[in-house]
Design a protein around this ligand. Structure first.
Ligand code: CAA
Length: 263
């Protein structure tokens, strides 16, 4: 994926095992029109099967992570167009197809579909001054890429309902205070750097264990506690069959050294 050229994305490998996807449609503040999503899916699919990549960072520009679904693309859509093409369904590739962890590094505007894309990532990092929100209600519509579900699970019903019904935006700092973002940074640069460092740390772990960990944590969003814990135990048991779990005694010291270095 890194050698492929895209029109609306940049893909690079700034650190060992880490791919960085930068949304790049500057003239429209990275508004998420279909050609960009087709490219994003293509890049994600390639990285997902690239054995040299252990984690993916998704970011935009300093001004905008993404200013939403493309308003111009949406404005003349009929019900039949939207229903007939299952509009926005293709956005979910990031959550259904990608087994490796994705970290969103959110700077500037992340509105509507932009906020939803950021929330689809496994971990969200933000800069304090970022502007997030679900403003769809102001356009006579509602979030269509999972916003009503993911925001509500992350921040609770009271806050999510207020945000979605008013369309009010919120800052990166608030996103972190409410637990939607895992970390907040002072500047956009630090936010991307922070995401890359975390991705590097994750990429240094057993890829099998990382995939399993992502899978079981995500299951917690769908299952009740009992089924969730059962599912976790099954996956936990299965990892006893992996080579990565079999650290030879002679390697303990080396593994410990690596862990200390990573701390
Ligand atoms: N779709 C298409 N184009 C967009 C866009 C969007 N969502 N957001 C910004 N742009 C374009 C603008 O049209 C403008 O293009 P032109 O120069 O050709 O006119 C360019 O990006 C720069 O934007 P602004 O001049 O508006 O920049 P600004 O700094 O003055 O304002 C902003 C920034 C507050 C983010 C403003 O652009 C804005 O409000 N954008 C729309 C945000 C929004 O409502 N997003 C939700 C979309 S609905 C949705 O996402 C549905 C869903 O759930 C999937």
């Amino acid at each position: 994926a890194t050698s492929h050229t895209y029109e609306h994305l940049k893909v690079s490998t700034p650190k060992p095992g880490v791919a960085l996807i930068t949304l790049h449609r500057p003239r429209a503040l990275n508004a998420l029109f279909t050609p960009l999503l087709v490219e994003l899916n293509s890049a994600l699919h390639k990285l997902n099967t690239d054995a040299s990549i252990g984690a993916i960072v998704l970011t935009g520009s300093e001004k905008a992570f993404a200013a939403g679904a493309d308003i111009k693309e949406m404005k003349d859509k009929s019900f039949s167009d939207a229903y007939g093409t299952d509009f926005i369904e293709m956005w979910s590739d990031m959550t259904t197809a990608v087994k490796k962890p994705v970290i969103s590094a959110v700077n500037g505007y992340a509105l509507g579909g932009g906020c939803e894309l950021a929330m689809m990532a496994d971990i969200m990092y933000v800069s304090a001054g970022a502007t997030l929100g679900q403003p769809e209600i102001k356009l006579g519509t509602i979030p269509g890429a999972g916003g009503s579900q993911r925001l509500t699970r992350a921040v609770g019903k009271a806050k999510a309902m207020e945000l979605i019904l008013t369309g009010d935006s919120f800052s990166g700092k608030e996103a972190a205070d409410w637990g939607l973002a895992a970390k907040v940074f002072d500047t956009p640069e630090q936010c991307v750097e922070g995401a890359l460092s975390t991705a590097e740390k994750i990429a240094s772990m057993s890829q099998i264990a990382v995939k399993a960990a992502k899978e079981v944590v995500n299951k917690s969003q769908d299952l009740g506690i009992r089924e969730g814990v059962d599912f976790e135990r099954r996956v936990f048991h299965s990892l006893f069959g992996s080579k990565d779990q079999k650290i030879e005694e002679s390697r303990y010291e080396e593994v410990q050294r690596i862990q200390v270095k990573l701390l």
